[in-house]
Design a protein around this ligand. Structure first.
Ligand code: ATP
Ligand code: MG
Length: 397
C-alpha cells in the first residue's frame, strides 16, 4: 500500500502533478485512487470527466474522488457541535451565531482526510494519491491529530470522570448543559480516526509527501517552511517537483532573463532540499488536462523512475527540549566533519560542512534562540539552541 500526498502553494500545479502521478500508477497496473481533500476541487477538470464524491472509475485501475467535505463535517462534528451550541445558548448566545462560531475554518478538510484511513483499510487500492489544499491549510490539517491527541490524552479523561461524577448533581442545580455520553463518544471516535490517519501518514513504509513548486522565490520559501514543519510532525518528503521550468528550446530573448532567474531559483531548490530527489517538469505550451497530456507530464516528471515507489527515505530534522534549550538534530551523512560553519540569517539556519551546504527555515520555537554549540553524534549533526543575546557564533564540531 502506498499513500502519496501532493502539496504546495496555490496554483503551482499540485492537482495536475497528482493526476499525472495517478495515471502513471494506474497504467503500471496499480489499483489507484486519486482523491482531493481541497474543498475547491479541480480533479474533474484535470481529467476532463465527471468525478463524484464516491470513488468514480476513470480508466482501467484508476478511480477519482472529490470528497464532499460538508458531509464529512456532518458525520464527525455534528454531535460535538450540537453540544457546543447548547453551551453557548446557555451562556446567552443566539443559536444562529453559536452555529457560526462552532464552524471552525478548515475543519471540513481535516475530516476529509479520514477517508484516507477508510480506503487504506478497505484493501481495494494499491495506491492512494491525495491532492491536498495549498500548503498552509495542509499543514494545519496534518498537525491537528497531534493537537487533538494532546488534548484528549491529558484533559479529556479528567473531564469525563468529573462529568460522570457531577452530572446528576449539576443537572439538579443548574441548567448548564453537561456533555452527554454521546458527545464524549463522538470526541473519542474522532480522536481514534485522526490518530489512525496520523498513523498511516507518518508510516514511512507507506506514506510520503511530494512538494510541488515553481521556480519562483515566494513559492520556494513557502515550500521550505513546509518542509521544516512536515519533518517536525513526522511526515516524510520523498520528492520535490519543480513544475513550469522553461525548456531549453525556448530561445526567444524575451524569456532570457526569466531563464536566468529560474536557474538561480533551481539552485536554491537544490540547496534547500537535497538529498531529497528534485524532479523537473517543463512549462508546457498548453493547459495539461486530459489523460494523454497527463501521461506526457508524468513521463517528464518521473522518466525512468517508478512513480509509486518511495523515492527517498527522508530522515527529517527533529527538535527536542534539552535542559533550558533545544537540540535540533539533522542527518548529515557523507559530509566531512571539519570546516563546519553554522550561522543564522533571520529565520534561516545555514549549515555548511566542507562542500556541503544546507539551508533550512527554523521552526517558531527556535527563532528567538541562539546557536550555542554543534556536534556530530554518529551521522547526525546536533545543534544546541539556547536563550541569550550573543550573536550566534559559528561553532566547530
Ligand atoms: N507544467 C505545466 N505546463 C503548462 N500548464 C500547466 C503546467 N502545470 C500545470 N498547468 C496548468 O496550470 C493550471 C493550474 O494547475 P493546477 O490546478 O494543477 O494547480 P494547483 O496547484 O492544483 O492549484 P490550486 O492551488 O488552485 O489547487 C491548470 O490549468 C494546469 O493545466
Ligand atoms: Mg489543485
Amino acid at each position: 500500500m502506498r499513500v502519496i500526498l501532493f502539496t504546495g502553494k496555490g496554483g503551482v500545479g499540485k492537482t495536475t502533478v497528482a493526476a499525472a502521478t495517478a495515471v502513471r500508477a494506474a497504467e503500471a497496473g496499480q489499483r489507484t485512487l486519486v482523491m482531493s481533500t481541497d474543498p475547491a476541487h479541480s480533479l474533474a477538470d484535470s481529467f476532463e470527466t465527471r468525478i463524484g464524491s464516491a470513488p468514480t472509475p476513470i480508466i482501467q485501475h484508476l478511480w477519482g474522488q472529490e470528497i464532499d467535505a460538508q458531509e464529512r463535517l456532518e458525520d464527525n462534528w455534528r454531535d460535538i457541535q450540537d453540544y457546543m451550541v447548547q453551551l453557548m445558548n446557555w451562556a446567552g448566545t443566539e443559536t444562529i451565531q453559536a452555529e457560526e462560531l462552532t464552524v471552525i475554518p478548515g475543519l471540513d478538510e481535516i475530516f476529509a482526510l479520514i477517508d484516507v484511513k477508510t480506503h487504506v483499510q478497505s484493501g481495494k487500492y494499491d495506491c492512494l494519491v491525495v491532492d491536498c489544499a495549498p500548503t498552509a491549510e495542509t499543514l494545519r490539517l496534518l498537525s491537528l491529530p497531534e493537537i487533538m491527541s494532546w488534548y484528549i490524552e491529558r484533559i479529556f479523561p479528567v473531564e469525563r470522570k468529573v462529568v460522570k461524577a457531577v452530572r446528576p448533581l449539576v443537572s439538579r442545580m443548574t441548567s448548564l448543559p453537561i456533555a452527554s455520553d454521546q458527545v464524549f463518544e463522538a470526541v473519542e471516535r474522532l480522536h481514534r480516526n485522526l490518530d489512525a490517519v496520523k498513523g498511516i501518514l507518518t508510516d514511512e513504509a507507506v506514506s510520503s509527501v511530494r512538494l510541488v513548486v515553481n521556480p519562483e522565490k515566494m513559492v520556494i520559501s513557502e515550500a521550505r517552511r513546509t518542509y521544516t514543519y512536515l519533518g517536525l510532525f513526522g511526515y516524510r518528503v520523498d520528492a520535490v517537483v519543480v513544475n513550469r521550468v522553461l525548456p531549453p528550446d525556448v530561445t526567444d530573448p524575451y524569456f532570457g532573463k526569466w531563464k536566468d532567474i529560474q536557474a538561480e531559483h533551481l539552485a536554491t531548490v537544490h540547496e534547500s532540499f537535497e538529498p531529497v530527489p528534485i524532479l523537473l517538469s517543463r512549462l508546457f505550451d498548453r493547459e495539461m488536462v486530459g489523460i494523454p497530456l497527463l501521461e506526457e507530464m508524468a513521463e517528464e516528471v518521473y522518466g525512468e523512475l517508478n512513480a509509486v515507489s518511495i523515492l527517498h527515505h527522508d530522515d527529517p530534522i527533529r527538535v527536542r527540549k534539552r535542559d533550558d534549550g533545544y537540540v535540533l538534530r539533522m542527518r548529515l551523512p557523507f559530509v566531512s566533519r571539519d570546516d563546519m560553519d553554522i550561522h543564522r540569517r533571520g529565520e534561516e539556519l545555514v549549515v555548511r560542512v566542507g562542500s556541503y551546504k544546507r539551508n533550512l527555515i527554523l521552526p517558531q520555537s527556535l527563532k528567538r534562540m541562539v546557536v550555542r554549540e554543534a556536534n556530530f553524534a554518529g551521522d547526525h549533526l546536533e545543534i544546541m539552541f539556547g536563550r541569550g543575546s550573543q550573536p550566534a557564533d559559528p561553532e566547530r564540531g
